[in-house]
Structures are given as structure tokens and as C-alpha cells.
Design a protein around this ligand. Sequence first.
Ligand code: PLP
Length: 404
Amino acid sequence: MSKNQLKLLDESGLAGLKITEVNGRELVCEGSKVIDFCGTNYLGFDFQPELLQRGEQYGRRWGTMCGWSRLEADPAIYKDVEARICKLTGAPRALLSHTITITNFSVLPVIAQKGLILVDRKLHTVVWEACRLARDHGAGVEKFEHQDLNHLETLLKKHKNSHPRVIAVDGVYSISTELAPIRELQMLCKKYDAWLYVDDAHGFGVLGSDPSASNAHGKGGGGVVSHFNGNYDRTFYVSSFGKAFCTHSGFITLPGEFTDNLPAKALSHIYSAPVSPHTLGTVDAALDLNERIGDGERAKIRQLVQYFCDGVRRLGYEIENHRLHPVIFVPIGELSELIVAAKALLAGGVFTGLRAYPVVPENECGVRFAITSLHTKAHLDQALKVLGQLDVSKARRKCSNVAA
Ligand SMILES: Cc1ncc(COP(=O)(O)O)c(C=O)c1O
């Protein structure tokens, strides 16, 4: 069996690094100054006074926590934010949760019942694990080849007697940045009476409606379904405020048939105290900021991403990037090579996300850069300089895009 390489990274002293100061995207990490390319706080709201103030305001009014599960008592602030999620995404009903991970575990087994989940082979681990839980509860789980709609349709036909059938995909794949073909998936759902389950951790707040040649992200940041002008008739859309929006709280949107009965069956809704009023205040403020300045921040991100991708490609690395998404995975090679590269990057003041097995195949390790609107060109130049000095052979600089 393959060894879990993430554990080996930990043993090499490259995991759980100690951060002692944060100044925008400049950190003090293990005593040295580094530029942060690891965090996925894309819209750069994490130091906005409006979020900090609104959080405090909510805390003063509602206390540090609402101590009931939402099934017991439902303070108005949660419903208000859910209404705002509906407005932004275009979905009929949203249910707040804590994180995407918790949301998946809480609702996927309820949706799948004793039916079948058809899973894209590269589905993110946190959804895959929730599928395994659903399997424990009696659902079947079968993988289809990554983004292969023909294979998916064959499986839908083959399992025509399983009900319900749920198709689970990522909205944006977090290594390759490929987008799920939402409209085509929704057509298959309609044709075969199935449901679509989309984890859009990296699309929400980045992608929005009406993309164009000059605006690859589109407007508003409502996520991958709005990006493709899709609908929510047969779609569960799961995301969180914990990435682009720079705060916290997962959520799922619910198609009409599920709006009344699903909340009462979702574990996090039945048993857990909801996210704190302080957090919800920051979410409310982040939604305001997104309305006012989100498109401007996304335009900044696009410029930075274009600049960085051009620079990385000039260094001879083959990278995949779709729609100027702020995630850029740079292939390095074997785990031993990743460890050398990661240490050299850190020594050069560049802190990146490290990706090793099981997140990517064993000999296709690499570093993941996440670009946010708080980065500057000087930050990117520093990263390009250090990347250029790495001892990574030309053959290794290729990305096979076989991940997770
Ligand atoms: C695609 C995807 N889904 C879910 C998660 C986890 O999200 P959360 O922190 O809200 O559980 C991640 C985190 O990296 C992710 O990349």
C-alpha cells in the first residue's frame, strides 16, 4: 500500500509551521519573514475593519454563542444570512452549517439514503469521505472517470433502478482548476431523474455570472452554478465563507423538494450549536463588501494570476489554469524533490501549499500557490525568482493533471 506522504512531509518539519505574525500576506513563520501563498483567502477581506467591527457588533447583541441547536431555537441572524446566500447564488433555500466538511457528513447520507452516489474520480477527499459514510448507511457508491460524461451516462443507465441517484463533483478542482460542466451535468440529472451535488469551495466568491473574454471570472462571485447560468432545480450547492470570503461557515443550498424536510435530518442542524454570532457578523459584512468591491478585487486577482502564470511558464513549468482561477499548481516530482524544493522556497521567503500523495499521485508532488487580491507584483516577483532557482529538471516541470 502507498505510504501517506503527507505524514512524511510532517516528519520533514514541513507541516504545521509556526506563524507568529501576520501582516497581510507577509508572515513571520518559524522566525523568518515569508510571503504567504498557502492561504486561500482570495478576496483579501481578512484585514477589513468592516468585518472585524460587524463581528464585534453581532457578539455584543447576541453573545459569544447561541447555545441552542437550530432545530431547538433559531435566532434571526442565521435565517438572514441564508437569505443573502440565496440572493447571491440564485438558489431557493440555503442552510448554514459550520464547514464544508461538516456539511458533507451531515447531509450527504441523508440525501443519498439507500440509493447510489456516482462520484467523479477526482472528487475532493472531504466529499469522498462523506460518500463512505453514506455507504455505511446503505447507499451504493461508484466512481466515474474524471469529467467523463459518457461514462457517467453509462452508469446512470446501468443503475436505472437505484433511487435516488446523486452525482457528486467539485465545482472547481482544487489542483487543476478545471470547472465541472454544470449545464451538461444538470441535463443528465433531468434526463435520468438524478441529483447533482457540487462542492464549490474554490468557485464561490471567485466565479460569477456572465463571464466574458475580458472578465474570465464573471460578475458577483455567486459560484460555479451562476457562472454557467445553471439552475438549482436538482442541484445541491455546497460551499463556505472560509476561502474567498475570508471568514467562516459552510452552507448548502436545497432544491425545492428538500427545503422542508432536510434541515430536520441534518446532524449539524439537529445537534450542534451554530457558528458564533461574531462569525456570522463577519460573514454579513463580507457579503456587503463583496457587493461593493468584490468585482474590483476579482479584477485585481485576474491581473496578478495572469502575470504569475506567464512568469511560471517562462521558467519552463507546464501549469494548468482555467479562467484565471487564483490557484496555480506547480509540478515538482517525487516526494524527496518536493521536500528539497519546499525548503528552498521557504529559505527564499516563499510559503506555499505542499501537495503530495494522497492528494496527488505519488511521483507527481508539487507546490500550490494561491493568489489573493492582497498580493503585490513584488510578492509574485519574489516567488518567481525563487522558483527559477529551484533545481527541478525540465522533465519534472510537467503537470499530468492526475490528482486526488
Ligand atoms: C474542494 C474542497 N472542499 C472542501 C474543503 C474543506 O472545506 P472546509 O474547510 O469548509 O471543510 C476544501 C479545503 O481545502 C476543498 O479544497
